[in-house]
Design a protein around this ligand. Structure first.
Ligand SMILES: [Zn+2]
Ligand SMILES: [Zn+2]
Length: 398
């Protein structure tokens, strides 16, 4: 009986959500017109805080920068569910021709974070009306600076936003997937992204007298070639890894042996042990080759976001729950990608999953890839994210 009641309740809540479409579209368009870069989201954070206070939530601000949370405590005790949205924009000039185009030159919500924030605000507004029904607590996490490592997630977690949280979930719009569909999947779905710089210090000299110099270009070339053998010869072939050198700077004239060379590259991996191994192999190769050729080296190794790992149980559960929201054939398997997402930090701390909600329709304007200067989305996706969140919360707390 109880599940029947819950179904009826959810149907009426979903109708209410559909009816709020115009209101939430106006929030999204306001945010879209007022984008702010990572770590500079002062006004956006204020906008979010004002709304959460209007809904009667307990609001905590300035968490690890411009981060904030809204806390909704139900009438009865129970589990604590955290839902997270990001709210930073990108350094891109908005090239769309729409009335809600960005008003901040050179800054644009080109990844859809305005949509994530709107959908989470809408979820908070809807659920705030059902406090009596809720057995437990919901933490609405609004995170700044997703686009710019070291990111906002890490700093919010360091300020204990996940204390007492049982499960954590987040959604991202997906312009590759049609409206009305969602993608879910367990396991590693986004890569760990690290960056490194290698400086090789040789000894410069005349191009005709190699015996008096230490040629940083020849040594750098050996290093570039050898680094390519990490993936093919050192990593378990059943694991994934990429080592790319994108920069090689050296030399000034055809007849001078270059004294220094600088390489820059990126490493993409899924598992933490492979990530660690690739780093160790890079150090070992650079050290071995430079030493062998009487040069010196410096390495600057920067850790970006860890790989995003969707937990098995919660991914299977969300797949089931979303099948009720979207119908079974509309919930598809999420593709893994070598891109990065700092929600990974949350999933290192708590069980949960990160899923995607389709946002394209037949209109070309909704089909541009994320980070494109004309990126836009079918705003009905806002309702779909909200319904997904409400469905997840209802499962645990109603
Ligand atoms: Zn992005
Ligand atoms: Zn994004």
């Amino acid at each position: 009986m109880e599940s029947v009641t819950q179904e009826t309740d959810l149907q009426s809540i979903f109708t209410e959500i559909d009816n709020s479409f115009d209101e939430i579209v106006s929030w999204r368009r306001y945010l879209h017109q007022h984008p702010e870069l990572s770590f500079e989201e002062t006004e956006t954070a204020k906008y979010i805080a004002d709304k959460l206070e209007d809904f009667g939530l307990v609001v905590k601000k300035n968490i690890g920068g411009h981060g904030l949370i809204g806390i909704l405590t139900g009438a009865q005790a129970g589990k604590t569910i955290a839902l997270r949205a990001d709210f930073d924009a990108l350094p891109i000039e908005d090239e769309k021709n729409v009335p809600y185009k960005s008003l901040n030159p050179g800054v644009m919500h080109a990844c859809g974070h305005d949509g994530h924030t709107t959908a989470l605000l809408a979820t908070a507004q809807t659920l705030s009306k059902y406090r009596e029904k809720i057995k437990g607590k919901i933490i609405f996490i609004f995170q700044p600076a997703e686009e710019q490592p070291p990111g906002g997630a890490k700093f919010m977690i360091e300020e204990n936003v996940l204390d007492g949280v049982d499960y954590v979930f987040a959604a991202h719009l997906d312009s590759k997937v049609p409206i009305g569909k969602a993608s879910v999947g367990a396991g590693y779905k986004m890569a760990a992204v690290d960056k490194f710089e290698v400086k090789i210090q040789g000894i410069g000299g005349h191009g005709a007298r190699p015996q008096d110099s230490v040629d940083s270009i020849v040594i750098g070339s050996e290093i570039v070639n050898s680094l390519q053998k990490i993936v093919s010869r050192r990593i378990d072939p059943l694991e994934s890894a990429v080592v790319t050198i994108g920069v090689f700077h050296a030399g000034s004239a055809f007849n001078i042996i270059a004294d220094t060379a600088k390489l820059e590259g990126t490493v993409r991996t899924f598992s933490e042990s492979v990530r660690k191994q690739v780093k160790e192999e890079i150090y070992s190769i650079v050290e071995g080759i430079t030493k062998g050729f009487h040069a010196h080296f410096e390495i600057d190794y920067l850790h970006g976001y860890p790989a995003l790992y969707n937990h098995l149980e919660e991914s299977a559960l969300v797949q089931n729950l979303l099948s009720d929201v979207f119908s079974e054939e509309n919930v598809i398997d999420m593709d893994a990608s070598m891109g990065a997402e700092d929600f990974s930090y949350f999933l290192l701390e708590k069980p949960g999953t990160y899923f995607k909600v389709g946002s394209q329709n037949e209109d070309q304007n909704t089909q541009y890839p994320h980070h494109h200067p004309k990126f836009d989305f079918d705003e009905r996706a806002l309702l779909n994210i909200e319904k997904s969140f409400v469905k997840i919360v209802a499962h645990y707390l109603f």
